[in-house]
Design a binder for this molecule. Structure first.
Ligand code: ADP
Ligand code: ASP
Ligand code: MG
Length: 440
């Protein structure tokens, strides 16, 4: 059974839900993971924000607006009064439930419950629509099988056992629908897999049921060779190796959530990125196979802070780097890029929650300077060190752009440049022009 995940834009209107329904009902049995309708999770975040700020009137206004939108969707989606009424009753109960949170103390715990409502609504709407169309469909509640452990990591053993139990409870359906993103934590509370986490749900499910392919359906025809939001004339990459896809996802290619690669890679299940708006195109196939000798794509990650520690004491000293790393570890702050010289070390971080404490502690070991609003540009492909010419090409593209750090050789798959955020668009476009012969 294939696992298909449809993102927010793919189910973003009544018409799109109908299109997805058509696409998934071709006779093959499928497990379908859905995100919330586009924009809904952001609106649920906004509602939570009002409630944190103890402004129930503000929250109620946004809730009312969202409910009006959903009422319109229901009217457009169903053709029979029975299904209009059935779905309308279900969603009304959900909106009443959200409203009940405007009356009480609001904490992180309540926010997670509010954020879960988007996926609960979209899956209810799709299941009812398929039922109205006469499809043999079952809704599998993700909160019954998707669970994280005490470290906040998904618990694959639990997921496999409980998901298979759910499937056994409902044998013989043609389509199984479930919610992406939402889960329970080790204490049984409602939680989630972080924003954009429906991709992760799909790969965890794929691994749990040993599917032969995980399909991520979105609003673009696969992983492009550069960020289409900033660069002109980008093109889809037909094939990527898991490591290449993971680098791109981690370094900003929003089409894929970075965590999604690992379960698929371990279980050796190919992941295919496909376009709901144009289902006939082949998209991108991500697998263990490497297409060698090519640079595949470029991605960028914003909000990066660079920290340089310069120290005479580093000269010929061992243990210096350990002390520096321990400081980052003690503040649970992970490092993305690192460059060293005999007199200093530069690292980058994206989580600045403890920046001041980190700087204070680092000052014990050297002179510290900080550059904020930086951006990591990541060039990904078969960059095994014996392949000649690729680094030179990438460097040549960066000829007119001030580069704060360069990292190469950490893996066989990337070269990273640290530049100012204001230079990001120029750097991305120049890399496309040089590496992919992309003249504007
Ligand atoms: P979904 O709602 O389906 O999860 P996302 O918005 O999370 O969709 O991801 C799809 C979007 O990712 C695309 O519309 C595109 O703007 C953006 N994107 C960023 N980088 C890339 C890339 N390298 N290739 C394709 N899409 C990208
Ligand atoms: N609905 C969630 C979000 O917007 C999860 C997802 O779409 O993947 O972040
Ligand atoms: Mg997404």
């Amino acid at each position: 059974m294939k696992v298909l995940k449809f993102g927010g834009t793919s189910v973003g209107s009544a018409q799109r839900i109908k299109n997805v329904a058509k696409l998934i009902t071709n006779g093959e049995q499928k497990l379908v993971v859905l995100s919330a309708m586009a924009g809904t999770t952001n609106i649920l975040v906004e509602i939570s924000d009002y409630l944190y700020k103890k402004n129930p009137d503000g929250a109620n206004e946004v809730i009312n607006r969202l409910e009006t939108q959903y009422r319109k969707h229901i009217n457009e989606l169903y053709s029979t009064e029975t299904y209009k009424q059935k779905t309308s009753d279900a969603l009304k109960a959900q909106f009443e439930f959200i409203r009940s949170y405007t009356k009480d103390l609001f904490t992180l715990f309540e926010e997670k419950v509010i954020l879960a409502q988007g996926e609960l609504m979209s899956t209810c709407m799709m299941t009812n629509y398929l039922q109205e169309q006469g499809v043999k469909v079952e809704l599998l509640p993700a909160l019954e099988f998707m669970r994280t452990d005490k470290n906040g990591e998904p618990d694959p053993v639990y997921i496999k056992e409980k998901l298979n139990a759910q499937l056994d409870l409902h044998p013989g359906a043609d389509i199984y629908i479930t919610q992406g993103f939402i889960c329970r934590n080790a204490y049984g509370e409602i939680d989630n897999l972080q924003r954009g986490g429906s991709d992760y749900t799909a790969s965890l499910i794929g691994a749990a049921i040993h599917t032969d392919e995980i399909q991520i359906w979105t609003d673009i025809d696969g992983m492009h060779n550069n960020d289409p939001r900033f660069v002109n004339h980008t093109e889809p990459v037909p094939r990527l190796q898991f490591e290449e896809a993971a680098e791109l996802a981690y370094f900003g290619a929003k089409i894929l959530h970075p965590t999604c690669i690992q379960p698929a890679k371990y279980a050796n299940i190919p992941v295919r990125l496909l376009n709901t708006m144009d289902p006939s195109v082949s998209g991108t196939l991500i697998s263990n196979d490497l297409v060698s000798d090519t640079i595949k794509a470029v991605a960028a990650k914003d909000n990066i802070t660079a920290i340089k520690i310069k120290s005479g004491r580093m000269l010929l000293a061992y243990g210096f780097l350990r002390k520096v790393f321990e400081i980052f570890e003690s503040y649970q702050t992970s490092i993305d890029m690192i460059c060293t010289s005999e007199v200093g070390v530069s690292v980058t971080i994206d989580n600045t929650t403890h920046l001041n404490e980190i700087i204070d502690d680092l000052k014990k070991y050297g002179t510290v300077t900080v550059d904020k609003n930086m951006c990591i540009i990541c060039v990904v492909g078969d960059l095994e060190w014996s392949n000649v010419g690729f680094e030179a090409n990438a460097l040549d593209a960066m000829r007119d752009i001030p580069v704060r750090m360069i990292s190469f050789g950490g893996s066989n798959y990337n070269i990273s440049f640290l530049v100012k955020e204001e230079d990001k668009k120029r750097a991305l476009q120049s890399l496309s022009n040089h590496l992919f012969n992309n003249k504007i």
